[in-house]
Design a protein around this ligand. Structure first.
Ligand SMILES: [Zn+2]
Length: 63
């Protein structure tokens, strides 16, 4: 096991900024904010209230 945490996070605001610069429409999200860290993220559904980062953290807490 390695503690090498490489975070591949998809920051929707960064993506949209890049899309704006490219003249593309912004991606519309459900505008959900993570209950834990408050970051905006793309929600998969109503069951999904935590961003990927926090979900990984909360999962690992139970392992
Ligand atoms: Zn979070």
């Amino acid at each position: 096991m390695g503690n090498n945490e490489k975070t591949n996070r998809y920051d929707i605001e960064q993506i949209n900024e890049a899309r704006r610069l490219s003249g593309l429409k912004e991606i519309r999200t459900k505008g959900r904010s993570c209950l834990r860290c408050g970051r905006k993220f793309v929600s998969e559904g109503d069951h999904n209230r935590l961003c990927d980062t926090c979900r990984k953290v909360s999962v690992s807490e139970f392992v």
